[in-house]
Design a protein around this ligand. Structure first.
Ligand code: L3W
Length: 421
């Protein structure tokens, strides 16, 4: 049995309150970091732990922190990406609702490491309970001296502000999020420069996901070796998996990184609904290409999933059974990306518009010979040609659906109907 780390307070009554958090050892990591370690030592510790970003891309956290220039004369910022707009993803919401101090402590230690005195939590506006709980937790932490000036008697001062999003998926893309924080329309920026060098208000800015930051206090208290001992060495740690779709026991599961996808879906989440068979699984939010049933013996970690042609992404695991038409799944997903495209770059704005038109007619049984070739051509025009990962995610997902379930697309075109409805 895996002992939960990030979700250890999930079922503790009043787990969101400071008193409960302190009773479970909360804020000892911050005290230890400030008393026993220099900022550089914390960066080295996080590097040694091999912690990788839990927002989607899996970039090494300690390395990202080390890119922040030391002496620029500019303020440095920490931004917590709590936008969590990826369909099928709800892990960060649970951390913020049930254990907000875990995040605040992680942010304080991370800010100390990179030399930031100000942080923003960019939180999805629909997350009303999480917003209320975070606001309450920030006020409690201030009152107790875990936030504010000269924290715990040290030279380190740090404040956290909450900024609520207004419902745009693109704000989860880190540079669009920075534009939104600056009061502009959210559109991705060209990288480089990366935010670590030139981010919020053109100052060095580290952007980390909620779950990533929540790992930091545990690494400080229990050590880098402990963290690396959980799951694959290059992609270690406790991991939150969001299970949804056509599965018996949907919900949030904390298990080691690297657990086989089949075990996660069939053993932990109970497998397909009664009388149904597994058809495919989307392992990491709709930006991650689907994996057909025969490919489910793959580890749920960044490298194993990349080698299998998909990605861990946000670990939003969406289960699809044999009652579902993949043409319909692909059309709904591309409609989502098309709707959420910010429109800044042409391949994404025009390409997805075109893809949606073709997919809708194929889905409706009005497709024409050549439509599948056209879809493949459009994916080629989008992939790798956009400012941000939105267009790539859409193209990769559609390519996987076409590659693994071409027969369903062909049937829609040739028989002029859906075989499932
Ligand atoms: C400094 C370098 N920094 C890379 C940083 C970069 C970013 C991170 C990953 O996201 C996935 C996709 C989406 N110097 C650097 C450097 N960085 N090289 O490392 O960068 P990258 O470019 O590999 O990926 P990305 O485009 O940031 C792609 C998903 O992330 N996504 C994330 C959303 C997250 C949330 C959330 O946390 N709540 O919504 C957005 O597009 O799906 O899977 O930090 O700056 N040489």
């Amino acid at each position: 049995m895996f002992e939960p780390v990030l979700l250890k307070n999930l079922d503790v009554p009043d787990g969101h309150l400071l008193a409960t958090y302190e009773a479970g050892g909360g804020y000892r990591a911050l005290a230890k970091a400030l008393r026993e370690h220099t900022p550089d030592e914390i960066i080295d510790l996080v590097k040694k732990s091999n912690l990788r970003g839990r927002g989607g891309a899996g970039f090494p956290t300690g390395m990202k922190w080390s890119f922040v220039p030391k002496r620029t004369g500019k303020p440095k910022y920490l931004c917590c990406n709590a936008d969590e707009g990826e369909p099928g993803t709800f892990k960060d919401r649970i951390i913020m609702e049930r254990d907000p101090h875990q995040l605040i402590e992680g942010m304080a230690i991370s800010a100390y490491a990179i030399g930031a005195e100000t942080a923003y939590v960019y939180i999805r506006g629909e997350y009303t309970l999480a917003i209320a709980r975070l606001e309450q937790a920030i006020a409690e932490a201030h009152a107790k001296g875990y936030l504010g000036t000269r924290i715990l008697g040290s030279d380190f001062s740090f404040v956290v502000h909450i900024h609520c999003g207004a419902g745009a998926y693109i704000c989860g893309e880190e540079t669009a999020m920075l534009d939104s924080l600056e009061g502009k329309r959210a559109q991705p920026r060209l990288k480089p420069p990366f935010p670590a060098v030139e981010g919020l208000y053109a100052s060095p800015t580290v952007i980390n996901n909620v779950e990533t930051l929540a790992c930091v206090p545990h690494i400080v208290v229990r050590g880098a070796d402990w963290f690396r001992g959980i799951g694959p060495d290059k992609s270690p740690g406790p991991k939150l998996y969001c299970l949804s779709g056509q599965v018996r026991k949907p919900g949030l599961y904390e298990l080691p990184m690297g657990i086989p996808l089949r075990e996660l879906v069939c053993d932990y989440a109970g497998g397909p609904l009664p009388g149904r068979k597994l058809k495919a699984v989307i392992p990491g939010g709709v930006s991650a290409p689907l994996i057909p049933e025969r490919g489910l013996d793959v580890g749920m970690d960044f490298d194993s999933l990349a080698a299998a042609g998909s990605m861990l992404g946000s670990a939003g695991v969406i289960v699809i059974d044999d009652s579902t038409c993949i043409v319909k799944v692909a059309t709904r997903i591309i409609e989502f990306f098309h709707h959420e495209s910010c429109g800044k770059c042409t391949p994404c704005r025009e390409g997805l518009n075109w893809v949606v038109k073709v997919l809708r007619r194929v889905e409706a049984g009005q497709g024409a010979p050549g439509d599948l070739e056209q879809l493949a051509e459009l994916c080629k025009g989008i992939f790798g040609n956009t400012f941000c990962a939105l267009g790539d995610g859409a193209a990769m997902g559609l390519r996987a659906a076409l590659a693994h379930f071409e027969d369903e697309f062909v049937a829609h075109i040739e028989e002029r109907r859906c075989l499932f409805h």
